[in-house]
Design a protein around this ligand. Structure first.
Ligand code: MOS
Length: 721
């Protein structure tokens, strides 16, 4: 086995460097950081929005033992300035500073903080605060086209299709996906402390450098006076990429109170304080010609956004990079609603788009009597391995997946496959997965060797649970010929060498490339100066295709401007990770139960940088997609835009007992165009997985569910045997 390849069957031999701390409780999260003198705050939310905040009655609350202070729009007037939204070139999740006025733009908006001497006192006081809100009715997203639609793609009008030739099979369907909340194990709890004019913030983050810059902007202080530390991150998935306004307010309140301030966030608050996946609606049509080739594809996707910010979804154009399609007609719009600004959640555009596309392809296969595997194999776009163009290695993923799943044994008649031991009708479905290979950001690191042989690598990157630290340690150990246990990786601190946000499935790849650069320098230094007991070297990775102007922006830390721009302008991302999902569902009509029994996923994510980390990212994504198909639904009252069931008790998601038997394989083929050989692995696992579940459900029952998640009535009201 060549030295740069790993034994992928060894899932225990390469343990994650963060595992022991996490399972023993030794790991320090932002919400664990504190001192005796700290004050404790909780957020106050206006669930009665949208409307106008008339008054906040704190009389009773202020008599609570331990009550210390309120922080409201009155306090913000002098202490907090505006912050720039990501797509305007800044670091903020939203351009709307919710405490800047009396305006309540959506139900659940933050309107203040209450600070007390203990977290319990803060919660007790918060419960006694009375808000008077002048309500207005809410605009929310409906199926009908509203005047609030804003087209985000394409900028110009659409070309009409040519006249259709006879004999085509055509599917026209409408698909919907529900909102999904972020409920990472670690909520948005944090701490801010001032030392004179210098601010330090402890916050679980996917972008410590960006947060520091955003805080400096809104608090009007030099960026060098801000340090953001996210010591460990208890789950992120896109919720912690951008600066959230409560972080600014906690810092401003701490400055005003002249005391360190900790914020404690409960589950229901997570729903409206930060990012979430917006509802999406898709009108898709697909035609297959008499030769079994996809002749036409039109797709119009609408997602909801807030009154404050236009958040483009992106993702439609990838269909043409996976499949060879005669004519296409794509349109993407957002609908301005009285809801919080949506944002990133694992494969933000690719996931909902793939649900619609991969479902429609399955409908086309069923209608034309084609095997869904064959339909895809017959229509794959051409590939060019040297430029990374097209769905490189997708064929292998599909064929290997079909083999592992034993797809060939499929009986296409609905209800023909059963499991007598459980009384279930079985159905098999499949779907394709893809995720673009983003270049990622400029990444620097520092590698130091101590006299006792310990190696340290430090950089302002993040391990959000994806395994970045383990991958960096493994690569450095491999190059230096040292045991993995001798490598310490320091992350999550804006004072460390510059690294980009942990987003777009790119930061592990760039961190490993930068660390490898440093490690190779260390090897050469050791060769030339064997007498050195201790030394420090710098490593750097400049993403391909980054021009001088982009590099200058990246050096200044404003990485998002280039990355976000590429997304909004539909920048062509030819290379991608690819994969195939195969799913078996079991339907028990008597019990009214649907479950996913097994999932097989085979992916090409380039070179595998850390086997157990990569496998669990992919597996986690697959399971999440199955959860969205069958469970996850952020219910919203359409009259008020108010989210319901915002705690973990009533927001259903897959728990261990729901998780099916999963098999994940990766091809482990180094991408010749990637410095580390890797492509993205963090997000692709979820893409297509819910479509595969619904396709399997259709195979079992003949019922097509086009709206996520499944409501049992939709299935069992239909004629199921
Ligand atoms: Mo990811 S949704 O780019 O954090």
């Amino acid at each position: 086995m060549p030295a740069d390849r790993l034994d992928l069957s060894d899932r225990t031999g390469l343990r994650r460097v963060d595992a022991k701390g996490k399972v023993t409780g030794a790991t320090i999260y932002a919400s664990d950081v504190g001192a005796k003198d700290d004050l404790h705050a909780v957020p106050i939310l206006a669930w009665d929005g949208p409307g106008r905040l008339v008054s906040i009655d704190t009389d009773e609350a202020s008599r609570t033992p331990g009550f210390y202070a309120m922080f409201t729009s009155v306090d913000v007037r002098d202490g907090v300035g505006p912050g720039t939204f990501l797509y305007d070139g800044g670091h903020f999740h939203s351009s709307f500073s919710p405490l800047a006025s009396d305006e309540i733009r959506f139900s659940g908006q933050l309107v203040g903080l209450v600070a007390a001497t203990t977290p319990e006192a803060a919660r007790a006081a918060a419960a006694l605060i009375r808000l008077r809100v002048e309500r207005r009715s809410a605009q929310t997203m409906t199926r009908t086209v509203s005047t609030n639609d804003i087209d985000t793609y394409p900028r110009e009008g659409l070309d009409p299709f040519h006249p259709q030739e006879p004999g085509h099979t055509t599917v026209e369907a409408h698909y919907q996906t529900a909102e999904q909340f972020h409920q990472a194990l670690e909520p948005y709890s944090m701490r801010a402390a001032w030392n004179g004019t210098r601010l330090s913030v402890h916050n679980g983050s996917q972008w410590v450098v960006g947060e520091a810059m955003g805080l400096a902007e809104a608090l009007d202080i030099p960026v060098d006076d801000v340090r953001v530390v996210g010591p460990a991150v208890g789950g992120a998935f896109g919720s912690r990429v951008l600066l959230l306004w409560h972080v600014v307010y906690v810092a401003a309140a701490a400055r005003q109170l002249k005391r360190p301030l900790r914020l404690h966030v409960d589950r229901p608050v997570m729903a409206t304080l930060g990012s979430y996946r917006p509802r999406s609606m898709h009108d898709v049509s697909l035609s297959l010609d008499v030769h079994g080739r996809i002749a036409r594809h039109s797709h119009h996707v609408r997602t909801q956004t807030s009154i404050s910010d236009v958040v483009p979804l992106r993702g439609l154009e990838y269909a043409t990079q996976i499949y060879e399609i005669g004519e296409t007609n794509y349109r993407e719009s957002v609908v301005r609603c009285d809801v919080p600004t949506p944002g990133f959640m694992r494969a933000p555009g690719e996931y909902p788009v793939a649900f619609a596309l991969e479902s429609a392809l399955d409908e086309l296969a069923a209608q034309s009597g084609t095997d869904p595997v064959e339909l895809r194999m017959n229509n794959l776009a051409p590939t060019d391995e040297s430029s990374g163009g097209g769905p490189v290695h997708l064929k292998e993923c599909i064929l290997r997946g079909a083999e592992l799943f034993e797809w060939a044994a499929r009986d296409v008649r609905h209800g023909a496959m059963t499991d007598p031991s459980t009384g279930e009708t079985l159905g098999w479905g499949m779907a394709v997965a893809h995720y673009p290979t983003y270049g990622g950001g400029l990444t620097r690191c520092r590698l130091s060797l101590s006299p006792d042989g310990d190696i340290r690598v430090d950089l302002a990157a993040h391990d959000t649970g994806t395994g970045l630290a383990s991958a960096v340690a493994l690569e450095v150990a491999r190059i230096l010929g040292a045991p993995v246990s001798s490598v310490q990786v320091g992350l999550g601190d804006s004072a460390l060498p510059l690294a980009p946000m942990a987003a777009g499935s790119s930061s592990t790849r760039t961190a490993v490339a930068a660390a490898a650069d440093a490690a190779r320098k260390a090897v050469s230094l050791r060769r030339h100066h064997p007498e050195l007991q201790t030394f420090e070297v710098a490593g750097e990775h400049v993403p391909d295709g980054m021009d001088a102007r982009q590099l200058a922006i990246a050096v200044s830390g404003r990485f998002a401007q280039t990355g976000a721009k590429a997304r909004t302008e539909g920048g062509t991302q030819l290379r991608m990770s690819v994969g195939a999902h195969f799913v078996e569902v079991g339907v028990n009509a008597m019990a009214g139960r649907v479950r996913v029994r097994r999932m097989v996923g085979v992916f090409d994510v380039g070179r595998v940088l850390h086997p157990s980390a990569v496998i669990s990212q992919l597996e986690g994504g697959m399971i999440w997609g199955a959860g969205h198909a069958l469970m996850e639904d952020a219910l919203m009252n359409p009259a008020t835009g108010r989210f319901l069931g915002t705690g973990l008790a009533d927001y259903h998601m897959m728990v261990h007992a729901d998780v099916p038997l999963t098999t994940v394989e990766v091809l482990d083929k180094p991408d010749p165009l990637s410095a580390s050989g890797a492509k993205g692995a963090g997000e692709i696992g979820v893409v297509g997985s819910s479509a595969a579940v619904m396709n399997a459900l259709h195979a079992a029952t003949g019922v097509r569910v086009r709206r996520l998640p499944l409501r049992p009535t939709e299935l069992f009201a239909a004629d199921v045997q």
